[in-house]
Design a protein around this ligand. Structure first.
Ligand SMILES: *[C@@H]1O[C@H](CO)[C@@H](O)[C@H](O)[C@H]1NC(C)=O
Ligand SMILES: *[C@@H]1O[C@H](CO)[C@@H](O)[C@H](O)[C@H]1NC(C)=O
Ligand SMILES: *[C@@H]1O[C@H](CO)[C@@H](O)[C@H](O)[C@H]1NC(C)=O
Ligand SMILES: *[C@@H]1O[C@H](CO)[C@@H](O)[C@H](O)[C@H]1NC(C)=O
Ligand SMILES: *[C@@H]1O[C@H](CO)[C@@H](O)[C@H](O)[C@H]1NC(C)=O
Length: 748
């Protein structure tokens, strides 16, 4: 029960509704998706804010975003991620204090405010500032974080005589001093030298600076270095409440002081900050999608809580990058594009086009200075790449949807060509020593030489299908930029997933799946329903062969042909959703081959649109969304993955699905009687449904901007470029309304 106070504190910030009507934060439940692996961050933050101030709990297992439902508080720290798996990151610069103290908190972009009320019976009240605090990892595998050293000192202002404290902490990049390198899941045993402890993305050393003010006179004590631990202790004799304002910076203590002084001047009230936080979420994020349909509160909570958790990271660290100086924006904490490219970045574009364009520019600027765009990135360092170089898909998506602004597309395309042509040096990640997992495409030598990836490389099959999509991204940008040679080269390469197709793999009556190839080019024997541990060392990463075999989304027509035609494709898709058909139970949900909790499965329920069964898209996408996604603490089928899961369910609720890298959106069935998506510049997309209910959700007919629509897809230009309308009639029985069988399959 210890944590209920915490969630209440952060809920207070977001839910203490004043004037209800337009305060959409009323529907945001910050503690939703925090447990059962959701790992969302329940504290307080602005959208993409540097400060994410919230609770850190210790249970002896990983607290990815700091919080767990049980355990003991180790402090309330200023820097966090949200929704990640892998291993915890951050948990830096914490205020810690024994039990009984009430804390309320709020945040600006670069400063946090703590308001403490001490228990009446406390003899002396104190606040500990622990610079050495980090979120520990218990996963082994060299994924922990370490405190390397720092400093803290109390400074007297020569003019006013008032005191503040300042200092820094440095983290990561030491070998395990504690023997924490346990045998992970068995597969990781037996290293001669324990790898470095550097957090999930194996970043080199980085430093955060801080500057804090207490609003009451205090007695200060500093302890430096023995445990190792750097602490500041402010003690009060008869004070019952204290406010502490702390700024952070990645540049210097001076900048940290400037940040807190500018953003959080003395005497600013908690209430004012709370209002500002609510205003930022309302104006920048939540109000971008509105509805007058308030019949179902759960749906509203699902909508707005998902929007909230989708926009906590990446972190806008523009102006706070210590590694290089640049006039371009800088975004950090991308965890990871592998998770985000399907549903999140395309929705990010629509919800926050300004931040999205900055994010795209930042990807290109990272290439300029670091040599590669990231797939994952945090604490100013690229890592980790799980499959392809998926920034290519993100850039292609932005390009084909007309994102221009201040993006330098010549450089952007060069960054994509680097991914496609330059193999990154091996970073010797102990989880996969076959090639780089830091950035770029580790298995590129095979891709260039054979047009497929052999088992010389780990995750060969899932990497191959992703490299195909990445190359399709290059084709899209090259053809838009009238680079004919490059366009034809990459279109050709985008079809290489076909070289990985093993016609002899068989499951029930279905033959032909993406399969691993030995180093001599022959196919390795492979069960379509097994991927071993489905992890770093296997042929398929976090998805079954049957699942990855649907992932040639740019070349669907050819895929349908390989699968034996339309009827066979429908049957194969339906098999994905059949409970019990995955008896080995690699994914626990109903033991069906489809995994509602992981990204390689995201698009699968929508593929029925390509084969004349839009009704089945509605049936299965809706069933999975309703079954596995709730606005409750445990309401996600796995990690939030930095909001990737939330963005999937948001698209389902909107009744659209983005085919990233193409202008295509597949048509589903919206959950509200009306929705307005505010696109900026006064443009709006109005979506309405008539006749819909929990039992009546099949599309009967559709009009797009007044025109009767008989295609199961729309394009960016149809509905988003200038806004427009989509008017659905829904009913309880499926109707074959999408009679136009054409569909985009651009690589076929
Ligand atoms: C640490 O703080 C002390 C003052 O408390 C200061 O003299 C010293 O220069 C600082 N060290 C570093 C490395 O910043
Ligand atoms: C660790 O830090 C040292 C000194 O800062 C640096 O020389 C070294 O390259 C770092 N190692 C890694 C793996 O980041
Ligand atoms: C409200 O929405 C939830 C989630 O979509 C659904 O499970 C529930 O049945 C709906 N309630 C009503 C009364 O329609
Ligand atoms: C990102 O941060 C910079 C520096 O604080 C700011 O100028 C910019 O407006 C921010 N971007 C967005 C979309 O808020
Ligand atoms: C396409 O690939 C095939 C073989 O994989 C090759 O023969 C052909 O030259 C390629 N075409 C282009 C334009 O790269």
């Amino acid at each position: 029960m210890r944590t209920s106070g915490v969630v209440a504190a952060s809920a207070l910030v977001l839910n203490n509704a004043a004037s209800a009507a337009q305060d959409l934060t009323n529907y945001v439940l910050p503690d939703a998706r925090t447990i059962n692996g959701g790992n969302t961050f329940p504290g307080v933050s602005l959208p993409f804010g540097i400060i994410k101030l919230g609770p850190d709990l210790y249970t002896g297992s990983d607290s990815y975003s700091g919080y767990q439902a049980t355990g003991s508080f180790t402090g309330f720290s200023l820097l966090h991620e949200s929704g990640t798996g892998g291993a915890p990151k951050y948990g830096r610069v914490a205020d810690a204090r024994g039990s009984g103290t009430t804390r309320e908190m709020s945040a600006t972009h670069r400063a946090g405010l703590y308001s403490y009320t001490f228990p009446e019976d406390s003899t002396s009240s104190n606040v500990v500032v622990d610079v050495s605090h980090v979120l520990p990892s218990f996963r082994g595998q060299g994924l922990g974080q370490s405190y390397l050293g720092g400093n803290i000192s109390v400074i007297e202002d020569p003019q006013s005589g008032s005191l503040h404290y300042e200092g820094f902490g440095s983290y990561d990049n030491v070998s395990s001093p504690l023997g924490l390198f346990k045998q992970g899941r068995g597969r990781y045993s037996g290293y001669a030298n324990p790898p470095l402890l550097q957090g999930w993305n194996r970043a080199p050393k980085w430093t955060v600076y801080f500057c804090g003010h207490f609003d009451n006179e205090a007695t200060y004590k500093t302890f430096v270095g023995t445990k190792p631990l750097e602490t500041e202790l402010a003690s009060y004799d008869d004070t019952l409440s204290v406010t502490s304002r702390v700024g952070v910076s990645f540049l210097s203590t001076n900048q940290a002081c400037k940040n807190v002084n500018e953003e959080m001047p003395r005497d600013i009230s908690l209430a004012t900050l709370e209002e500002n936080v609510k205003k930022a979420w309302n104006e920048r994020i939540l109000s971008k999608i509105t509805t007058t349909d308030t019949t179902n509160n759960t749906n509203l909570q699902l909508l707005y809580t998902s929007l909230y958790h989708m926009n906590i990271i990446p972190t806008n660290k523009t102006g706070e990058n210590p590694i290089w100086s640049s006039s371009e924006p800088y975004y950090d904490d991308t965890f990871t594009l592998w998770d985000l490219f399907r549903c999140t970045t395309s929705l990010f574009h629509i919800i926050e086009p300004v931040a999205y364009e900055e994010f795209i520019r930042s990807l290109v600027d990272i290439w300029r200075h670091d040599g590669f765009m990231p797939d994952g990135r945090s604490s100013f360092s690229n890592g980790v790449t799980q499959g392809g170089s998926n920034a290519d898909n993100v850039l292609a998506d932005a390009y084909v949807k007309g994102v221009r602004g201040a993006v330098d597309w010549e450089d952007a395309f060069k960054a994509m060509v680097t991914d496609a042509e330059t193999g990154p040096p091996n970073n010797n990640n102990p989880r996969d020593r076959s090639a780089s997992t830091k950035e770029g495409r580790g298995a590129l030598p095979d891709w260039l030489e054979h047009g497929y990836i052999t088992t010389k490389y780990k995750r060969s099959v899932s990497q191959a299908v992703e490299y195909s999509a990445n190359d399709f991204g290059l084709y899209q940008v090259a053809s838009g930029m009238e680079k004919a040679d490059e366009a034809s080269r990459y279109l050709n390469r985008s079809r290489n997933w076909r070289n990985q197709w093993n016609p002899d793999m068989k499951f029930q009556d279905f033959t032909g799946f993406l399969g691993p190839r030995n180093t001599d080019g022959t196919f390795k024997k492979q069960d379509p329903l097994s991927c071993g541990s489905c992890y770093w060392g296997d042929d398929y990463y976090q998805g079954l062969p049957i699942e990855y075999s649907f992932n040639a989304h740019h070349d669907i027509e050819h895929l349908v042909e390989l699968c034996g035609g339309t009827d066979a494709f429908v049957a194969r898709l339906e098999a994905m959703f059949t409970p019990g058909l995955n008896p080995s139970g690699e994914f626990k949900f109903s033991k069906m081959p489809f995994n509602p909790g992981n990204e390689p499965s995201f698009t699968t329920p929508f593929l029925f649109n390509y084969v004349g069964r839009q009704d089945l898209t509605v049936k299965y996408s809706r069933f999975n969304a309703k079954s596995y996604y709730q606005p409750t603490p445990g309401g996600l089928p796995g990690n939030s993955d930095a909001g990737a899961m939330e963005s999937w369910v948001l698209w389902v609720m909107l009744g659209l699905y983005p085919m990233t890298g193409q202008t295509t959106f597949l048509v589903g069935s919206p959950w509200f009687s009306d929705l307005t998506i505010h696109l900026g510049g006064g443009k709006e997309l109005h979506i309405t449904t008539a006749g819909g209910s929990e039992d009546a959700y099949y599309v009967q007919s559709l009009k797009v901007s007044g025109n009767t629509w008989v295609k199961a897809w729309v394009t960016w230009d149809d509905v988003f470029a200038n806004g427009g309308s989509m008017e659905y009639v829904l009913g309880s029985e499926p109707v074959n309304w999408a009679t136009d069988p054409t569909h985009p399959s651009p690589a076929t």
